[in-house]
Design a protein around this ligand. Structure first.
Ligand code: TRP
Length: 370
């Protein structure tokens, strides 16, 4: 089966080493991890476990940071549906970065993008923008250091910059990057310019020239490959990027978690019973056909989705290794690993949902005001 990875298509079993070569990005190596640890005091499990596995220009950004220069974080959310555990995990890592480096975070909600690309009305997308903001706030970002940009609401400050970007990108570049044809709508052709703006907008607003670090899921890289060339031509620094792998769908290790099929993922609004039901019913098992055979031969950690998902939620290395060992030896059954996962996730969700209840009244604190 062929693989395709760009913002609008993620298909097949993804070979991340091949993507590193294809995209021209760098693997995060031991040396870089040691460097990060020197600053942050600990290596986040997602770095150790290669969930965040590659980068562009992270060394340069750390050089500047160690020389006393600040940077800011920029990431975003495409509001076209509910937030799932894949988003949650990435944003939790972003919070860790924000806390450890003590930096500002610019968070873009691309309501324009989702209106242009999805078969949804403008009003539906506005609803999702609101819902998604609640989930982002529930993650616990520092409101004093976190600024929401909503593309259509902040158009007044974004559009003048977006046209400067757009003037430097040709249609043929966009066609090649995203596989567009003459039948794509013209708004979608322009869109990359809007996603480029937060790379340098904070610097324009604050009359500074800081580095920007963009944590993202690797499918977003094609936008920024284009952005990096353009912003430099406009006199801004190229952003550094940190790439994450996709959280696999519940149903198997191919493709990515997606909100459009509820059997494939767990939503931040799912209740404990739904979580239990979904995992027990859909999580692809690496176990054997019978208990007897499983006890004898053991299970396959690599394809077992419950085992793989625990990489995200069991942060204790020793505990994770112990589960993997016992599962491979047949001491733990698939159902037992699923139960461990269900409990982990339900603890996370109950806390998230509590925070989410209080999020609405905080939106105003997060929205950027010029
Ligand atoms: N296009 C992204 C999405 O569909 C949203 C987004 C905007 C984003 N800016 C970003 C994601 C920067 C990562 C980094 O989800």
């Amino acid at each position: 089966m062929k693989t395709r990875v760009n913002p609008y298509e993620v298909e097949g079993k993804i070979d991340y080493d091949r993507l590193i070569t294809e995209f021209g990005i760098k693997k995060i190596d031991k040396k870089l991890l040691t460097r990060i640890k020197k600053i942050t005091g600990e290596v986040h499990p997602y770095l150790k476990r290669e969930i965040f596995f590659a980068h562009r220009d992270l060394e340069k950004l750390l050089d500047a940071y160690e020389a006393g220069q600040k940077f800011f974080l920029y990431t975003g959310c495409g509001p076209s549906g509910p937030i799932h555990l894949g988003h949650y995990s990435i944003w939790n890592f972003v919070k860790w970065l924000q806390d450890k480096f003590n930096v500002e975070l610019w968070f873009q909600f691309t309501d324009d993008e989702k209106f242009l690309y999805k078969n949804k009305t403008y009003e539906e997308i506005q609803q999702w923008t609101h819902e998604n903001m609640l989930d982002v706030i529930a993650i616990g970002f520092n409101p004093k250091k976190t600024h929401f940009l909503i593309d259509t609401k902040h158009a007044g400050i974004m559009y003048p910059e977006a046209i400067k970007v757009a003037k430097k990108i040709t249609f043929s570049t966009i066609k090649a990057a995203f596989g567009f044809t003459d039948s794509n709508n013209i708004g979608s052709i322009f869109y990359t310019s809007m996603q480029t703006v937060p790379i340098f907008l904070p610097n324009i607003l604050n009359k500074k020239s800081e580095y920007c670090l963009i944590p993202l899921a690797i499918d977003q890289d094609p936008h920024f490959r284009i952005s990096r060339d353009v912003v430099e031509k406009l006199g801004h620094k190229k952003p550094a990027i940190l790439h994450s792998k996709f959280m696999s769908p519940l149903t198997g290790i191919k493709g990515k978690s997606s909100s459009s099929d509820s059997s494939k993922t767990i939503l931040m609004t799912d209740n404990a019973k739904t979580v239990k039901k979904k995992i027990n019913k859909y999580a692809f098992s690496g176990g054997r056909d019978t208990i007897k055979e499983h006890r004898k031969k053991g299970g396959n950690v690599e394809v077992d989705v419950a085992c793989q998902w625990l990489k995200y939620f069991e942060h204790d290395d020793e505990k994770l290794v112990d589960i993997y060992n016992k599962y491979s030896k047949g001491e733990l059954l698939s159902g037992e690993v699923k139960t461990i996962l269900i409990n982990k996730i339900n603890t996370i969700l109950s806390e998230h949902q509590k925070q989410r209840e209080n999020a609405d009244k905080q939106i105003d604190k997060f929205l950027f005001k010029n």
